[in-house]
Design a protein around this ligand. Structure first.
Ligand code: SF4
Ligand code: SF4
Length: 442
């Protein structure tokens, strides 16, 4: 076994280690070629190799290493497409213009497709040919998963979530932890109501790291008096099948939430502060479900902004001092959730000192797309984050806010790593605290 293939095996899920490298390569290529539809073929054929997408990607910007050029991240799959499915495939094969992809190549591409891509979509935004590079990378992740080439951290969490509903085993099931958080913070947790207008779910990141954010969600819905419930059998917002590239697993994990929302006749599935959960449920779940969802999917920030606009939610000055905000990529770039967080902050008297790159042009926190969970990816992630932290510092803000728990955790991890002087705050918690403070006022 070559060193490269040995390294590849070391990063694989245990069940996949038995497959030969050749079988994995064949699986990856078959998976990708099968996924190629007219749209993806069009995208692959449209690239004019201008390299502009590299200027959009924080991995390239931080390293200036050409291997981090976004479109290069799908190169083996482009090679497979040219050889197997393009209009000139027979010619490419006959003349040997496109070589077969090797196991060594895929070992390297595991790093490019998983460790060094947050699926943030900034490259897709900037491509002059309108190529959705991030969508191609997502398809390439599907093929890597089919070939048993997903990083083991993501594979194992996806397998556990598919099996049990939780990405990891915990001493206490999340359901019990949720109730314990309610008791600790003195807020009612609506759970397993047979019917409700709104179904709630929770980021595992909040259960494990930010219980105050779980309490904040319960507090704001209680304050607004909306009919809502968590459901024990569909609690977790994140979808590790999506991160790992396991399309069928992603479908099964989404199905847990969909079935529970249908069971309680919810009109809205409310996504908490989790960006990738929003993408998986808002933009991909219906496709995997095979028909339109019989309820709306809303992010909690959108929901609160609507409540503000309708006059149900009243906020008062929060006194946060100089404040800046990180737009989570999945919300602002994929969901267009740009005005909602700003409306909420404006209602709390917060005048934002915006980041140089904000709104749709915001850079990723560096942890999205499962990257935060991949241990070996940490050194590159830290290097990539330096630019982002500098942008935040350059605003002169003392309060830093975001609306995604995984972004928050990524920044908190950076705080520990760099001894950074900022703590990241949740917008949802700011709103909940604002309501609490107003209630306490005489
Ligand atoms: S910006 Fe678009 S056209 Fe240019 S290299 Fe990247 S993907 Fe190809
Ligand atoms: S999706 Fe984001 S991280 Fe991935 S290649 Fe594009 S810009 Fe880079």
């Amino acid at each position: 076994m070559s060193d490269a293939i040995g390294l590849l095996a070391a990063n694989l899920a245990p069940a996949e280690e038995a497959r030969t490298p050749q079988a994995r390569v064949a699986g990856a290529m078959k998976g990708f070629v099968q996924e190629i539809g007219a749209l993806s073929a069009f995208r692959l054929e449209s690239c004019i190799h201008c390299g502009i997408c590299s200027d959009a990607c924080h991995f390239y910007i931080a390293t200036e290493d050409p291997q981090y050029t976004p479109i290069w991240k799908v190169e083996p799959f482009k090679q497979a497409y040219k050889r197997e499915a393009s209009p000139f495939a027979p010619l490419f094969k006959l003349l040997g213009l496109k070589r077969e992809v090797t196991a060594d190549q895929l070992e390297h591409w595991q790093h490019l497709l998983f460790d060094s891509c947050n699926m943030c979509g900034r490259c897709s935004l900037i491509c002059p040919m309108g190529i959705d590079v991030a969508a191609l990378i997502e398809q390439a992740r599907h093929a890597m998963f089919d070939a048993g080439l997903a990083p083991k951290e993501l594979y194992q969490k996806a397998a556990h979530q598919r099996e049990t509903g939780q990405p990891e085993a915990s001493a206490e099931p999340y359901r019990d932890q949720l109730l314990a958080i309610g008791a600790r913070f003195g807020v009612e947790i609506p759970l397993d109501k047979p019917e409700a207008e709104i179904m709630l779910c929770v980021p595992r990141t909040d259960i494990e790291h930010y219980p105050s954010a779980v309490a904040a969600l319960a507090r704001v819905v209680q304050h607004l008096g909306v009919s809502c419930t968590f459901r024990s059998d569909g609690l977790v917002a994140e979808n590790y099948g999506y991160y790992a590239g396991g399309k069928e697993w992603q479908r099964e994990i989404s199905l847990r939430l969909i079935e529970q929302a249908i069971a309680c006749k919810a009109k809205v599935l409310l996504v908490p502060e989790c960006g990738h959960a929003y993408t998986a449920l808002r933009w991909e779940a219906a496709d995997l479900y095979g028909k339109a969802l019989p309820f709306k999917v809303r992010h909690v920030t959108e929901f609160l902004a609507d409540e503000l606009q309708s006059g149900h939610l009243k906020l008062t000055p929060a006194g946060t001092g100089k404040t800046t905000f990180h737009d989570p990529c999945q919300l602002v770039r994929k969901g267009g959730v740009n005005d909602a967080p700003r409306a909420l902050m404006k209602a709390m008297g917060i005048k934002l000192d915006e980041l140089k790159n904000h709104g749709g042009f915001s850079y990723c926190c560096g942890g999205g797309g499962g990257v935060l969970d991949i241990e070996r990816a940490a050194p590159l992630r830290y290097r990539t984050m330096e630019n982002k932290l500098r942008e935040i510092d350059d605003t002169g803000a003392t309060t830093f806010v975001t609306s995604c728990s995984d972004c928050r955790r990524t920044f908190d991890d950076a705080q520990a790593h760099f001894s950074w002087d900022k703590t990241t705050h949740s917008l949802l918690e700011l709103v909940a605290n604002n309501l609490l403070a107003a209630a306490d006022r005489p």
